[in-house]
Write a protein that binds this ligand. Structure first.
Ligand code: ZN
Ligand code: ZN
Length: 276
């Protein structure tokens, strides 16, 4: 399994000199599984550049797009996902059960509401909700996908991908230490034995009091989860839009210092690619 980050930012895209190194695009990852159709995780603004690259792929082309939840920062890029405008492309939506509703809702509603000039029905590609790609578990060819509810306003789904004893977990938009929903022990059980954990770290520990209930975590809770679950590598993501590159470096320094030598800690940046 090869995983590549195309968007690492939370809440809203933030291009500019402050975000050049970690990237300004919102959440989108590409997952390549040998011999399988391309898989995309979330359709934040990072999906635009990914889609541009996918235009070179020969048709007919199937794309599996897994949506974690319906917040704008995980959907809006789909409007500019160019393969959706190709008649020889079929897009299978999965992950969160309301994935199709979310994507449809981006386009004009036929009432001329002025949100976007194209109606969903006018798209040349075939876009469907694939029952075989929904929670609680499903397969992408040889890769087994398990899910867990996210602790996030309006809900969402966390994903674990496993193949031949190797796994990675993607928990974006997830508040650890919340009073409702799955608890730290539940997430630790879900992540146990995975090589890589990708987790929301939008806030600093000292910012959490002001943001309780917002559905995001700080690096220290993500670290605690990684250590409890015994993963080898923690990748912090969903960076706060107001946190520039230097501030992310500082956050990472603190997290690495606290982690010690047993755990590799990184901050996701656009273009980061890993083979699991
Ligand atoms: Zn988000
Ligand atoms: Zn969200």
């Amino acid at each position: 399994m090869k995983l590549t980050f195309w968007g690492t930012r939370g809440s809203i895209a933030v291009p500019g000199p402050e975000t050049l190194r970690y990237g300004g695009n919102t959440t989108c990852l590409a997952l390549d599984i040998e011999g399988q159709p391309p898989v995309v995780l979330d359709a934040g603004s990072g999906i635009r550049a990914l889609g541009l690259q996918m235009l070179d792929l020969p048709g007919p082309l199937r794309v599996n797009l897994l949506i974690t939840h319906l917040h704008w920062d995980h959907l809006l890029g789909f409007l500019f996902f160019y393969p959706a405008y190709r008649p020889d492309v079929s897009i299978h939506l999965g992950g969160w059960p309301r994935c199709l509703e979310g994507i449809q809702g981006l386009f004009d509603s036929q009432r001329g509401d002025g949100h976007f000039p194209v109606m969903f029905e006018q798209l040349p590609s075939r876009i469907t909700r694939d029952e075989a790609l929904l929670a609680p578990r499903f397969d992408l060819g040889p890769v087994r996908v398990q899910t867990i509810p996210l602790n996030h306003p309006q809900g969402g789904v966390g994903l674990r991908f496993s193949r031949d004893g190797r796994s990675f977990v993607f928990l974006t938009d997830n508040e650890l230490g919340g009073t409702r929903g799955p608890q730290l022990e539940d997430y630790a059980r879900f992540c146990r034995g995975a090589q890589v954990l990708i987790h929301d770290a939008q806030y600093l520990p000292e910012e959490m009091d002001r943001h309780r209930g917002w559905g995001h975590s700080d690096w220290r809770s993500a670290l605690e989860l990684a250590q409890k679950a015994g993963v080898e590598r923690l990748i912090l993501t969903h960076h706060d839009p107001n946190r520039g590159d230097d501030a992310i470096d500082a956050m990472l320094d603190q997290a690495r210092y606290q982690a010690g030598p047993g755990l590799v800690v990184e901050a996701a940046h656009e273009g980061l690619s890993l083979t699991i």
